[in-house]
Structure formats: C-alpha cells, structure tokens
Write a protein that binds this ligand. Structure first.
Ligand code: FE
Ligand code: CA
Length: 531
C-alpha cells in the first residue's frame, strides 16, 4: 500500500543530536560569515509546509534572544541580512544529503527564513536542518507529495485550532505529533492577541499586553514557538496553514476591527499582524509574501489522486459584520432573521468575490477522490433558540452570512465536487454536521460533510446551552464542548475516518489523550456515520 506514513524512530536519533551541533557534526557544512551569537540562533525550531510533488517550503527564524522586548532587536538580532545554510537529506541521520543551499534571513522579516525547495523526488520523506556558524538547528521531517494524479492509498492528517497559551499546556499538539500524521492543518487562532483577559489562566503571555504592533505580534509568535510541544509538532509534521481572527484581533472582518475603528488605522495593525504571521509560518514566499495589509493565504494542495485540500482565508476579504448594533463594544452577537436584513444580503461574503470565484473554478477542475475544504469556522446553520422562543443566529461565523454559505454549498453540488468534506475550528467544540443547500428543508439532500475540531486549550462554549439547541438543528450529528483536543483523519480511497481526540486536562503538562468519538464517511455517500 502506498502511504506517506513515516517511521517514528528517526526522531529518537535525530532529536538527540541537540540544538548546538559539535564541529564534527557540521564538518561538511559551508562555513559562513555570521554575526557573533552567544546563544542558540535556532531557539524557535524549524517547520516545513506546503508540500508539492517536488518540494516544499522550509522555515526557521534566527532568534538568539527570542523574547527581546526591544523592537529594534527582534529576537535579539541586529545588523544586516544573514545567509543561513540548509541541508536536505534522505535519511534522518543527515548522512545522504540530497540538497544543500543557502537562504537569506532578512532583517525586515525578523531574520526569518523561507526556503522554497523544488526538484526533489515525489512521494518520499526528507529530513532537513539549518546551519549557521557552529550552530545547527534540530532536524525536521517533511515529505514530498506523490506526482500529480499518481496513486495514493492513504493519507493521515490532523487538524487543530484555538491554542490560547495562557489557558493551558499544548499537550494536544504533543499527542498529535505522537500519532505521526503525514500532515497537520492549522485552522486558526494559532495565537491569541489579547492577554490576561480570561478566567482560568495558568501561564502568561510574556509581555502581559495585547499584541497590536509588529514587535508585539513577533513576540507572541516567538513565545508560542518556544513551547516544546508545538515546536516538536512543527519539526516532525509538515503543515498547511490558515488563520482565524485572533492572529490579528478578536472578531475582525476584513478592514473592520471589532470596534469599527477607522479602516485605515485598523489596516496598519492588520499589516503588522499579517507580517508577523508570515515571518513565523512555513508559507511559500512566492505566493504569501505580505504586501502591506495584504497576504495571499488561500491555496490548493494535492496529494496524488487521493485528496485535494482547498485552504481558505475566512478573514481577509470578509464583509462587515451584520447589523452591528453596539458602536463602542465589538464582537459577534445574536440577530434574528426578522431583525437583521443584512443576513439575507447576497453581496455580503465570508470569502470575498475573488476567492469565491477561485474556489468554485477549482471545484470544476478537481480530480481527486476526496476534496477537503479547510477553513476557520463552523459552516453549518445553527439555530439558537432564545428565551423568548425566537430563533437567533450568531453573526460572527457563516451563520452571519447565509447567502455566502448557500453559494458555497450550491457550487459544491452543481459542480459535482467528489466527496466534499469541510473542516473548521473557532468554536472550541467538536461538531459533526450534514451540510445542505437548504437546512430548513428535511428533503434537501446532504451535499457535504462537516467536521469541526475542538480547541487545543481555549475554553469551550456552555455545553448545556448549546445542547438544548440541537433539536432545532437536526443536521448536527454530534456536539461536545467540554473537551479540548484535536481531530485525526485516516483517509483511504473508500472511507474517511475522523477521530475526535480529547486530552485529559489542559492544566496538566503531562495530560493523556483518548478517543472521544469516531465517525466514518464512505466514498460516494456524503454524511458521517458513527464509527
Ligand atoms: Fe478561538
Ligand atoms: Ca476565532
């Protein structure tokens, strides 16, 4: 059986090499003129992402003093650009070198490195590391995808969202790394921009202040990447990335902050946040290099003939929140269909018209057996019955943009997208849903299956309140908000099996993991069945 599943043992070998290599270890590496660094420049680890059939992007960032509070010396670095060497090998001991090169760490991008690699063999694992003077990074693992259209029988991937550093340890990331998946998809709220605002905090964001400047966002990402569980997950598993709101600001939409600041002012903040995001993520610079407040994030990724992932951007192009009624206090709110005409305005969009056109065009050309739509939020309709008996809708996810959702589901149906599965996060709870063009018509066929992962650490919404709404939402097959964790998918030609994995306790750095529930989608039959 052709699979991308790798061997686990190499990390016990490669990881043991340590962060600062002995001269013997890098004896064959190029010697480069480097700034004097008293401390490990690779403190933030390594990451790989966006695999293709002949390459991927490799990431690191030079940060000998990763939480430097001086905006003039991000990560403790000063001076000009630095050439960083990389090695890519076909073995975890880094003996069989397939590629060597250098990449430039630019001061303007906080000395981050994004090395786009091409020309490698399809469908095989590689190991890599960065070298600078006498320092070597830890060894990371990545894999190229099978050649376009080539047979692939199995893909194992995790998807995750909502990791508030202050609210818990990242045991979920550790356990996901232990599962040895081929891929991890980050669906947003990778950081939280705020600080000390939530009950139950067990550790603190390092500066104790809300991130709103380039320096603030940089340090937030650096602190998260110092977490050993997250750092290990990135080193061992290649990533696809999208964001939600907290990478910039709670509940923002496009150019609108949650408090509806002057857009030009908010876009300055968004530019800083997007730049810091790019600086810390394994994103291909050929596509995703930020330009002011803009960053092209959405992209398609193919894994042989088995799966295509359409990774969407649900924030950058989003229309203004519906029926905003609290001018000095932002955030999502509840509206009823009668009280809020915006909810039926077809010009409003979660994705924006250009991304919608790009997505639907991709549906027409898709050839993979399974099509995963990876985005940040709950797509399914959620009727929230209020105390007075009326039905309310949350304005801050797809429920605030019903015509936009209907377009998405209609296009999936009409363009006959094969085995469509939507994955999402944001709502800090597990959901399994049937997606329909018309949720109010019991005879409306299921056109796609939705799985939503719970948070890594962030608090879940009140379980009993949400559970009481489920009779009004028969398309919801499963809901659980009392558990933190991640989702793990075993995808084969004939079935997709999704496991909801729950950690025992986020306040325990040694938390254990168990399977809460599993669902199966059979090829050709949208809608999940309890496994
Ligand atoms: Fe969140
Ligand atoms: Ca969110």
């Amino acid at each position: 059986m052709k699979t991308l599943v790798s061997r686990r043992t190499f990390f016990h070998l490669a990881g043991a090499a340590g962060l600062i290599a002995s001269p013997a270890l890098i004896g064959c590496a190029e010697r480069l003129a480097v700034p004097a660094l008293k401390r490990d420049p690779f403190s933030l680890g390594v990451a790989a992402g966006e695999p293709s059939a002949d390459g991927f992007v490799l990431w690191t960032r030079l940060a000998p003093d990763p939480l430097s509070q001086d905006p003039a010396t991000p990560g403790g670095m000063t001076g000009g650009p630095v050439q960083v060497a990389y090695e890519i090998a076909t073995d975890p001991q880094m003996r069989q070198i397939a590629r060597k090169g250098t990449a430039t760490a630019e001061p303007g991008f906080a000395w981050s490195v994004h090395a786009e690699i091409a020309g490698l063999q399809p469908g095989r694992p590689y190991w890599y590391r960065f070298l600078l003077g006498d320092a070597a990074s830890r060894v990371g693992r990545v894999a190229t995808t099978p050649a376009a259209g080539a047979a692939l029988d199995r893909l194992k991937f995790g998807f995750v969202s909502c990791a508030n550093y202050e609210l818990g340890y990242f045991s979920a990331y550790r356990h996901l790394a232990d599962e040895n998946p081929d891929l991890v998809v980050f669906l947003g709220d990778y950081i939280y921009e705020d600080a000390k605002q939530r009950r139950g905090a067990i550790r603190e964001h390092s500066d104790g202040a809300t991130a709103s400047t380039l320096s603030g966002y940089r340090n937030r990402y650096a602190q998260y990447r110092l977490d050993p569980d997250l750092q290990r997950l990135h080193a061992e598993v290649p990533a696809l990335m999208t964001w939600d709101d907290h990478e910039v600001q709670n509940d923002y939409a496009g150019q609108w902050s949650q408090s509806f600041d002057e857009p030009a002012k908010f876009l300055e903040r968004r530019a800083a946040a997007y730049r810091a995001y790019y600086e810390h993520m394994p994103l291909r610079p050929s596509r995703a290099l930020p330009q002011g407040p803009n960053l092209r994030l959405h992209e398609r990724f193919r894994f042989g003939d088995l799966a295509e992932f359409s990774v969407l951007d649900g924030r950058q192009y989003r229309s203004k929140e519906a029926c905003y009624s609290r001018p000095n206090k932002g955030g999502g709110h509840i509206e009823t269909a009668d009280s809020c005409a915006d909810l039926q305005d077809p010009t409003r969009s979660v994705l924006g018209p250009q991304q919608e056109a790009w997505l639907y065009d991709g549906f027409s050309r898709a050839t993979a057996r399974w099509n995963v739509i990876a985005q940040d939020q709950l797509v399914a309709e959620l009727k929230e019955r209020q105390k007075d008996g009326t039905i309310g809708y949350w304005t801050e996810d797809w429920n605030g943009y019903p015509p936009s959702r209907k377009r998405l589901l209609t296009e999936i149906r009409d363009r006959k997208l094969a085995n469509p599965v939507v994955i999402g996060g944001d709502i800090h709870s597990f959901w399994t849903n049937d997606l329909k063009v018309d949720f109010d018509d019991p005879k409306s066929p299921i056109v796609a299956t939705e799985f939503v992962c719970t948070s890594i650490t962030s608090h879940g919404p009140p379980h009993d309140t949400f559970a009481a709404w489920l009779p009004d939402n028969p398309h919801v097959k499963f809901f659980e908000s009392r558990k933190r964790g991640y989702s793990l998918v075993d995808l084969t030609r004939n079935r997709m099996t999704t496991h909801y994995r729950a950690v025992s306790e986020v306040t325990d750095p040694q938390a254990t993991v168990s399977t809460l529930k599993s669902f199966v989608v059979e090829s050709g039959k949208p809608g999940a069945q309890s496994a």
